[in-house]
Design a protein around this ligand. Structure first.
Ligand SMILES: [Zn+2]
Length: 328
């Protein structure tokens, strides 16, 4: 039996664990990503990975590799592209230095690609030939696994479905585009729409729920106020459902995967809206294609993402020995 270390790097919290080949998270530890001060995520990753390596040795668990999921595009050489929430990692290649320090191969990939591998290896997509994970969190990530391989694309952008346009003349997106799905269906986008609505006369319900301060409205406020029957918040949620339903149809018509997993921090709020989501998807998708795709809403959990990073390490260990992403 061998084990791997999985590290999931989030904008706020970084979690690490020692994971078995069967996907069981045996030891785990979390830390604020920037706990040592601004732009200290690199130090946090190194500290957690080292701690996990030491604890695994104490427990006599032989560790074969480290997998790291980061919230950014990662190219084929393991170099991290523009990382908004972990800016100190932009342009970095974590593998070589950390690998030398730990004496283990280190593999780095986009966090949702890792999560998709985790769901394909251990979770809702186990046994499926094709799987798409849609992660509606602060931003909106996605990962595509076809025939057991992550679709990374020519430059690492494969699966960036959060920035497909769902509204041609829609609101500007932080990516520089317009009308992106993420503007309507991510925590950040829903929160921004909620704050804008709360600042207007009609947004009294949202304003009141945030103690009178429109700046304090979050995506959670919007979902709660909408569930209580407020029309303005309800319209924002309705837009999120329509955008996500359209994306589900895009994925179903474009890839017809066996499984779609919808997860991330916003997923729990979306679970009660599943019938509406599926109705929107059905209005856009080919009926037989939709019928052959299993759609699961899985609430997000740090254990899931740590397991994803571990699945990445296991997958890379199994692939060619002269792997382009690993070290040493
Ligand atoms: Zn965008």
């Amino acid at each position: 039996m061998r084990f791997v270390i999985g590290v999931d790097v989030g904008g706020t919290t970084t979690a690490a664990g020692v994971v078995s080949e069967g996907g069981e998270v045996l030891l785990e530890e979390q830390s604020p990503t920037h706990g040592d001060g601004p732009d200290t995520s690199g130090a946090t990753i190194a500290r957690l990975a080292t701690a996990m390596s030491r604890r695994a040795a104490e427990e006599r668990l032989p560790v074969a590799a480290v997998g790291i999921g980061v919230p950014a595009i990662v190219d084929a050489a393991g170099r991290i592209g523009e990382a908004h929430h972990v800016a100190d990692l932009t342009g970095q290649t974590l593998g070589p230095a950390l690998g030398a320090r730990l004496g283990l191969p280190v593999f780095v990939d986009n966090d949702v690609n890792a999560l998709a591998l985790g769901e394909w290896t251990f979770g809702a997509g186990k046994g499926a030939r094709s799987l798409v994970v849609l992660a509606a969190g602060t931003g909106f990530g996605a990962g595509i696994v076809l025939d057991g391989r992550v679709v990374r694309g020519a430059a690492g952008f494969g699966g960036e479905l959060g920035h497909v346009p769902v509204k041609f003349d829609g609101r500007a997106c932080w990516c520089g585009g317009r009308g992106c799905l993420a503007v309507y269906a991510s925590g950040r986008g829903i929160g921004e729409a909620g704050r804008a609505a709360a600042a207007a006369t009609a947004g009294a319900g949202l304003r009141a729920a945030a103690g009178g301060d429109p700046a304090r409205v979050t995506a959670a406020t919007v979902f709660a106020v909408a569930a209580a029957g407020d029309a303005v918040a309800g319209a924002i949620v309705d837009e999120a459902v329509r955008a996500l339903g359209a994306l589900l149809a895009t994925v179903v018509n474009g890839l017809n995967p066996e499984v779609i997993v919808l997860t991330g921090g916003v997923a729990a709020a979306l679970a009660p809206l599943e019938p509406r989501l599926l109705a929107v998807a059905a209005s856009h998708a080919f009926r037989q294609a939709l019928a052959s795709t299993r759609i699961s809403i899985v609430p997000s959990d740090k254990r899931l993402t740590v397991r994803g990073a571990a699945a990445l390490a296991l997958q890379e260990l199994r692939s060619a020995p002269a792997n382009r992403r690993g070290h040493p």
